[in-house]
Design a protein around this ligand. Structure first.
Ligand code: UGA
Length: 451
């Protein structure tokens, strides 16, 4: 099939590259000439493992090209997939880019003969595709639904593992309100990806995306709430509690099969909270959507509140340990919101560094990939420095806080903390360090969910 993908953020570009890898002819569209040029020169304009190699292959084979001309791409394709951003504006989803994209595609459909399917991949609140998108397409094209098709196909791609997630999906959700739209969208995936295709209506597809992210975010906040209760009680290790909880056979495959630790249990761990471009944004958008529709969510605001307070609780414990944070040097191990990405959006590290600076501490942040992006949020200045070298950060530090579980941090020998730091206090914000060997080396250990 010939497919136009509008928007070359990580979702659009990964979608385009993977569909091209499976044999479709893909044209990626972006307004930014430098992004289009980079793609055509076989260079990934963003950090995503595996993508550079894949992009090289599909651009070289001619199966993927990029253009700034949406008209050219839509005229030359059977399906247009919209993967433009849906940012949050004043706590509410901003659908400007979706509306603009629908208007632009609609204007091209006015002059295009034959049936064309428009698919929304961007995360949009329920009702967006069958109202705003449909109405905008109708007005701009002068055509009625049926003359063009409409589908909603949410993505479940994790940053850092997006290519793997796309090529090996667990489910493919296709929202369509009519058979012809579904049939065409099905053709994009059928026979190429080994996963069940779930057909639902447009609104349900939109809701599935939010429900998935809201569940995962809530699991994290649930775990952190349990961790805080363990800390308050004393003498209980949340790590052991949550490990035992997730040993429940209802989390594991049925008897007789090889026991595999399900990945979902990774979200049932105490830590310093979730971040990224999706969980915080989507949970907020869902709350404001509920409010608009007359149902004020009860659980989701708590998910956000626990998450907001989690990094600050950790600092509260640190401050009690040190007496004061003023004038102290604190090493922050990890700036990105999770390992395997350069993304610092909504990273708990941001709240931690801001609070430390407010309390008069000096901060040295370490990260293998996230420094450039963190510089844009909290620029280097008198009291804040960044380095890729953990040893430099630990030098003369009064405490080290592990915020992101980058594998490199797990390999720091306990003796290095003890030797380099003025006061070897290690705060494990992810519960991935070995308490016993740190203590044996002469460090004090403070872990989330353990007091
Ligand atoms: C998330 C979802 O996992 C994807 O399914 C979804 O498609 C994507 O949002 C999106 O809406 O576009 P992502 O934000 O890349 O993907 O990251 P995750 O790997 O799920 O991490 C989100 C948060 O959960 C991070 O703060 C991370 O530290 C935390 N996490 C992740 C855990 O606490 N445990 C884990 O095992 C994995």
């Amino acid at each position: 099939m010939r497919i136009a993908v509008v928007g070359t953020g990580y979702v659009g570009l990964v979608t385009g590259a993977c569909l091209a890898a499976r044999g479709h002819r893909v044209t990626c569209v972006d307004r930014k000439t430098e992004i289009v040029a980079a793609i055509n020169q076989r260079q990934a304009p963003l950090y995503e493992p595996v993508l550079p190699g894949l992009l090289k292959e599909v651009v070289a084979s001619g199966r993927l090209t990029a253009t700034t001309s949406l008209r050219e791409a839509v005229l030359g394709s059977d399906v247009s997939i919209a993967a433009v951003g849906t940012p949050l504006k004043q706590g509410k989803i901003d659908l400007t880019f979706i509306e603009e994209t629908a208007a632009e595609i609609g204007a091209v459909l006015r002059e295009k003969d034959g049936y064309h399917l428009v698919c929304i991949k961007s995360t949009v609140v329920p009702g967006t595709t069958d109202t705003l998108v449909k109405d905008t397409l109708k007005a701009a094209s002068g055509k009625e639904p049926g003359e063009f098709g409409l589908a909603m196909n949410p993505e479940f791609l994790r940053e850092g593992r997006a290519v793997e997630d796309f090529l090996h999906p667990d489910r493919i959700v296709i929202g369509a309100d009519d058979d012809r739209s579904f049939a065409r969208m099905r053709k994009v995936y059928a026979g190429l990806f080994d996963a069940p295709i779930l057909r639902v209506n447009l609104r349900t597809a939109e809701m599935i995306k939010y429900a998935t992210n809201a569940l995962l975010a809530t699991l994290i906040s649930f775990s952190n709430e349990m961790a805080s209760l363990c800390e308050a009680a004393g003498g209980i290790d949340a790590l052991e509690v949550l490990e035992a909880v997730t040993r429940d056979k209802r989390f594991y495959p049925p008897e007789g099969r090889e026991p595999v630790k399900p990945e979902i249990t990774g979200y049932l761990q105490a830590g310093c909270g979730f971040g990224g471009s999706c969980f915080p944004k989507d949970v907020k958008a869902l709350i404001s959507f509920g409010r608009e529709k007359g149902h004020l969510p009860r659980l989701l605001p708590s998910t956000l509140r626990v998450n907001r307070e989690q990094p600050l609780r950790l600092l509260g414990r640190l401050e009690r340990e040190l007496g004061t944070l003023a004038g102290r040097k604190i090493a922050i191990l990890g700036l990105t919101f999770k390992p395997g990405t350069d993304d610092v959006r909504e990273s708990p590290g941001i709240a931690i560094i801001r609070q430390l600076l407010q309390k008069g501490a000096r901060v040295c942040g370490v990260d293998p990939c996230g420094i450039k992006n963190m510089q844009k949020v909290i620029p280097e200045a008198g009291n804040v420095h960044y380095t890729r070298d953990p040893q430099l950060a630990l030098e003369e530090a009064d405490a080290a806080i592990l915020v992101t579980a980058w594998p490199g941090f797990l390999e720091i020998p306990p003796e290095d903390y003890a030797r380099a730091m003025r006061n070897p206090l290690v705060v494990d914000g992810r519960r991935v360090l070995d308490k016993e060997s740190l203590e044996k080396a002469g460090c004090r250990y403070l872990g989330v969910g353990l007091a």
